[in-house]
Design a protein around this ligand. Structure first.
Ligand SMILES: Cc1cc2nc3c(=O)[nH]c(=O)nc-3n(C[C@H](O)[C@H](O)[C@H](O)COP(=O)(O)O)c2cc1C
Length: 375
């Protein structure tokens, strides 16, 4: 049993199982979540793109103190077309469009204040200094200097691809592992060479990347149980990354109402939209998404839309109103079992369920062989 678990990924990550808890940015990751997964033999991840370098430093320190096992730190590579801040005029125009939502909830319109994203180069310095086992990133490829420095310090690098071009670019750039981030996945599409809407589905993407690349591939998107993991391995993956399944556990910092919706019939209706944050991601339909998706042309780009909607989401969280939240979820949400509320227990379930699926398949084929022999 579990012979499937011995791959280049489990070896590189020094983890018992090649099962990765996908990182969550924007405050949804927790030290408790990553720790529970790593302690259970998977690879826990912490999404820290929104943190200032000193906050990231404290978080990685807390992770190292909480688990003696390997874990991943995840950042977002800045894209060339991404605004770094917001000017007053863009702020006022964007807010005017959202005013009916503020009025309906009785939330005061926020005052303008200049905002900027944390500096990626400074965040990377924290990673290099702290040396987590794994540095994963999305939306591009860090500089050759950073990748070489990671290698020198024994940090395994993991990039995400939504199509073959991006996978090839990551490998050519010197990245150690590629995540096949399929279109089914919850959260933002990490596309960087092609439009997000062109993202390939997890199955064909995993098969293409694993047959074309020399580096090992981790499948992500729509995987929720042993069937999904076994299917990903059959397609050539050497690891599986799950996001939505871990988002639903009690250790995630997703609002309780978001976690509850993941277990309802509503979770069957997801779409790819940039209405939430200004950048394409997959989430469950709600009133906010439906209203903005009908006229998406003037939605300001990430991170501006994210900032403009922050007070709405705070009110939605406080009042347990899912209609104004960003209900990020992958297409595997309807497969989730409510029984797995603990992240460590979820890892153990995924391992035994994958064992069970492989055993059933082997049993079926040996029975067919026996039947053929008896004929
Ligand atoms: C709320 C949310 C936030 C996410 N944030 C990040 C992130 O910051 N960095 C990243 O690499 N992936 C991020 N992801 C993607 C997950 O790590 C994972 O690859 C994806 O959820 C897998 O697909 P699944 O949700 O169908 O399991 C996020 C996903 C969700 C649902």
């Amino acid at each position: 049993m579990t012979s499937w678990a011995s791959t280049r990924i489990s070896e590189l990550f020094d983890a018992q199982y090649p099962i990765v808890q996908g990182p969550f940015g924007g405050g949804v990751s927790t030290v408790a979540l990553a720790t529970a997964v790593s302690n259970a033999g998977g690879l826990g991840s912490f999404g820290g793109h929104h943190l200032q370098p000193h906050q990231l430093d404290a978080t990685v320190g807390a992770l190292a103190a909480a688990t003696g096992r390997p874990f991943a730190v995840n950042l977002w590579v800045p894209t060339a077309d991404q605004p770094r801040g917001i000017d007053e005029e863009t702020f006022r125009t964007g807010l005017a469009r959202l005013r009916p939502w503020y009025d309906a909830l009785g939330v005061d319109l926020p005052e303008y204040r200049p905002q900027t994203l944390p500096d990626f180069d400074e965040q990377v310095e924290v990673v290099l200094e702290r040396r987590p086992r794994v540095f994963s990133f999305v939306f591009g490829i860090p500089s050759p200097r950073v990748l070489a420095e990671c290698r020198r310090r024994g940090i395994v690098t993991v990039g995400a691809a939504t199509n073959l071009d991006e996978g090839r670019a990551l490998e050519a750039g010197g990245v150690d592992v590629v995540v096949a981030s399929g279109n089914e996945a919850g959260g933002h599409r990490p596309s960087f060479l092609r439009p997000a809407e062109e993202s390939v589905a997890t199955g064909p993407l995993t098969a293409q990347l694993s047959s074309e690349l020399r580096v090992p591939v981790i499948a992500a998107g729509g995987i929720a149980d042993g069937r999904g993991i076994a299917a990903a391995f059959a397609l050539g993956a050497e690891g599986a990354q799950l996001g939505t399944a871990f988002l639903a556990t009690e250790q995630s910092a997703a609002p309780a109402v978001h976690r509850e919706v993941l277990h309802t019939d509503r979770a069957r209706y997801t779409m790819l939209t940039h209405a939430f944050s200004g950048r394409h991601g997959r989430g469950i339909r709600n009133d906010f998404l439906d209203a903005l998706a009908t006229d998406p042309a003037d939605i300001p780009p990430y991170p501006q839309q994210l900032w403009l909607t922050a007070p709405l989401r705070a009110a939605g969280t406080e009042r347990a109103n899912p209609e104004v939240l960003f209900l990020y979820a992958g297409q595997g949400a309807p497969l989730l079992d409510k029984a797995h509320t603990d992240a460590g227990e979820l890892v153990r379930f995924l391992v035994t369920d994958t064992d069970r699926v492989f055993a059933r398949l082997a049993d079926r084929s040996s029975r067919r062989r026996d039947e053929a022999g008896a004929r």
